[in-house]
Write a protein that binds this ligand. Structure first.
Ligand code: MN
Length: 265
């Protein structure tokens, strides 16, 4: 289909994503870097909706099992467990512009590839031990994201008490839409979150059903690590995660945000 495209960090430059940003000295950051490093490393950016500016991604945090019914389907008791987090590399970002169907490659090594629709919070302020009642002040904006998962590998490694990173952290495992600023769209403490595959609704819940709110996630994360501008947080998925195969079309929705759509190829 003509409108289908694949946007990756490798061709992002052609689309004007990740172009040079003016540094404080008046020269571009790219020029600064060229002077100080033996080679260039791409900075990953996410488009900011309604702006020609880009959000530079520093780290991708994800919370696990943050909706009670999803925690139960993953085999844990949501009432007794503190939150836990993992990371994906920034290279996992796959940019998904709104109102387009973007091709998403079925990854290697798995036979059970799962979707997880999530609200993503993007920070423009960092800190340590951030109190819950100050946490939302650290959020620049929000996006719709998918925490794509090699479920078979995640489970296999977990069963062996090994790190399940290979199930979560891999190329293209973090499709994400543009970031909508808090100034424009406000905060997301409630509202419908939904995912369908080939037009059939699979996941449907309300953001208010999170066990740990986004503010609480920021507070908890900042106890473990100093947070920084550019950090983004995938805030967890509701119940009824499941597999996709090549040819499937995943549509994600959160109230107030444009849908995110990918086709598995
Ligand atoms: Mn997740």
């Amino acid at each position: 289909m003509a409108q289908e495209k694949m946007i990756t960090r490798r061709n992002a430059l052609k689309l004007g994503v990740g172009t040079a940003v003016l540094g404080t000295s008046g020269v571009t950051q790219a020029q600064d870097k060229a002077a100080k490093t033996p080679f260039n490393v791409d900075q990953i950016y996410i488009p900011i909706a309604g702006s020609n500016q880009q959000f530079p991604v520093r780290r991708i945090y994800c919370i696990g099992r943050n909706y009670a019914a999803h925690a139960r389907e993953m085999g844990s008791d949501p009432t007794r467990e503190p939150p836990f987090f993992f990371q994906k590399p920034t290279d996992a970002i796959q940019l998904v512009p709104p109102n387009q169907v973007i091709n998403h490659p079925y990854p290697t090594l798995t036979k059970n590839y799962h979707y997880e629709v999530e609200l993503v919070a993007a920070l423009n302020k960092g800190g340590k031990n951030i109190p819950v009642d100050k946490a939302l002040e650290h959020i620049f904006g929000y996006a719709l994201g998918l925490d794509m998962t090699r479920r078979d590998l995640q489970r296999f490694m977990g069963d062996q008490k090994k790190p399940w990173e290979i199930g979560k952290s891999f190329d293209y495992s973090a499709p994400i839409g543009p970031i909508f600023t808090v100034a424009k769209i406000g905060h997301f403490t409630k509202g419908n979150i939904e995912l369908s595959v080939n037009g059939v609704v699979k996941q449907k819940a309300d953001l208010s059903q999170m066990i740990w709110s986004v503010a609480e996630q920021i507070a908890k994360l900042s106890e473990a690590n100093e947070l920084f501008p550019g950090d983004i947080i995938y805030s967890g998925t509701p119940e009824n995660v499941g597999p996709v195969v090549k040819g499937d079309v995943i549509r994600c929705s959160i109230d107030k945000l444009p849908d995110l759509v990918v086709k598995i190829i």
